[in-house]
Design a protein around this ligand. Structure first.
Ligand code: F3S
Length: 398
């Protein structure tokens, strides 16, 4: 890989430990994937924030980097293992909170915004069409590539951090035009109406397209919340963090539908629901907000739960960014949801909080939420916001 003088200085350690380590990571990646240079990035999204996943080794690694590592571009953080303010109310232990706070403190010293959300594009980290960025968090990467039209590979936590310290990333993969061509035409002949339908659609297309870039037709309309739900699901059950949706996402008009074709029928969506849903009637946790709820989704939850009461046998969480929660405070949505017995889980989510063993079953609107909650040993149910609120109120899934 061709390096500039400045990049060579960093690699030689003349700009400190974190810059040297970062250059080692970036040049190694560049060599593996055949990049010829590093390119500037407009922003970085760093995943790998929960102490639950990092452990002491990860915390030590971050503390080493934080000694002299300072980010060069706008850098935001993925959800942590707990609500940074309200962790006690969510049942997080003192020990875990102390460790999680040390992780956050290391990121803060690096100059990273303590945003703790997987929807950075809703809270100010919004790239422009065609901009190169280095994001981790698969749902956000897919949203950036497909819905915004920015360009990013699916970074891991360390490679995203390295890009933040250098302000650059190796020029390969989805940064290049030739790797952004659609491979498979996905004709949707099914009605996609509710939020979980988008999760089910993501499941089906993820499975059918596997590691190919889909060119999706047959979708008449989609709002940002539906698209973020689809992004989370399609990359969880498939692999490629890029798709085109004719008439909906930018760049689709520049391509012709590929010759290889698959169809999605109503029966496929039904089958997806059957695969995502487990046998469960009693519901221990209801969590909406995967990816993190937008203010519009919080307003919808408040409207549906107003005047109801969450069952004593169930917890009801709204996972969102602190920024969205502050807007919800202003409009009274927080008060409505909390009056009903719901709790806000800002800064965190059902996948990265230490929930293993605490709940036997989960209800959610999110197909991705089901995937990760199963790994946490929970039986899962996916349904609409109305069905989830009903489960929270009765403690049962109908
Ligand atoms: Fe976000 Fe957690 Fe879902 S990081 S996409 S809420 S699993």
């Amino acid at each position: 890989m061709q390096l500039t003088k400045e990049e060579k200085r960093m690699l030689n350690g003349e700009e400190g430990y974190a810059a040297r380590k970062s250059m080692e990571i970036l040049t190694a990646l560049g060599d593996i994937y055949g990049a010829d240079q590093l390119i500037k990035v407009g922003s970085v999204q760093v995943a790998g924030v929960s102490y639950h996943n990092l452990g002491d080794a990860g915390l030590e690694f971050l503390n080493e980097l934080a000694k002299d590592g300072r980010v060069k571009v706008l850098t935001t953080l993925n959800p942590a293992g707990m609500d940074l303010e309200n962790w006690r109310q969510l049942g997080i232990s003192e020990d875990f909170a102390a460790k999680q706070n040390l992780v956050i403190d290391a990121f803060r010293r690096m100059g990273i915004l303590i945003s703790c959300t997987c929807t950075p594009y809703l809270i100010g980290n919004l790239p422009r069409y065609g901009e190169h960025v280095a994001w981790s968090e698969s749902s956000a990467v897919t949203f950036a590539n497909s819905v915004i039209g920015a360009r990013t590979n699916r970074e891991g936590g360390p490679s995203a951090l390295a890009a933040a310290f250098v302000g650059k990333t190796p020029y390969y993969g989805l940064h290049l035009d030739e790797n952004r061509q659609p491979d498979i035409h996905v004709k949707v002949n099914a009605n996609v109406a509710t939020l979980p339908d988008w999760g089910a659609l993501g499941y089906v297309i993820g499975k059918k397209a596997e590691n190919k870039i889909s060119y999706i037709t047959g979708i008449r309309d989609a709002d940002v919340d539906e698209l973020k739900s689809f992004c989370a699901s399609v990359v969880t059950y498939g692999a490629k963090p890029l798709f085109y949706m004719q008439g909906i996402t930018p760049g689709a008009e520049m391509h012709q539908p590929p010759r290889e074709t698959v169809t999605v029928e109503e029966s496929d969506l039904k089958e997806a629901y059957a695969k995502i849903n487990d046998e469960a009637t009693d519901i221990g946790l209801v969590c909406i907000g995967c990816p993190h709820c937008s203010i519009k989704e919080i307003a919808e939850i408040a409207r549906i739960i107003e005047g109801k009461k969450v069952s004593a046998k169930t917890e009801f969480w709204v996972a969102t960014s602190r920024t969205a929660k502050q807007l919800a405070d202003q409009r009274g949505y927080t008060a409505t949801i909390e009056r009903a017995g719901g709790k806000f889980a800002c800064d965190t989510c059902m996948a990265v909080a230490p929930l293993k063993g605490r709940f036997k079953s989960l209800a959610t609107t999110s197909a991705k939420g089901c995937f990760y909650s199963r790994q946490n040993g929970m039986a899962t149910k996916m349904g609409s916001v109305e069905e989830c609120v009903e489960a929270a109120v009765t403690g049962k899934w109908k």
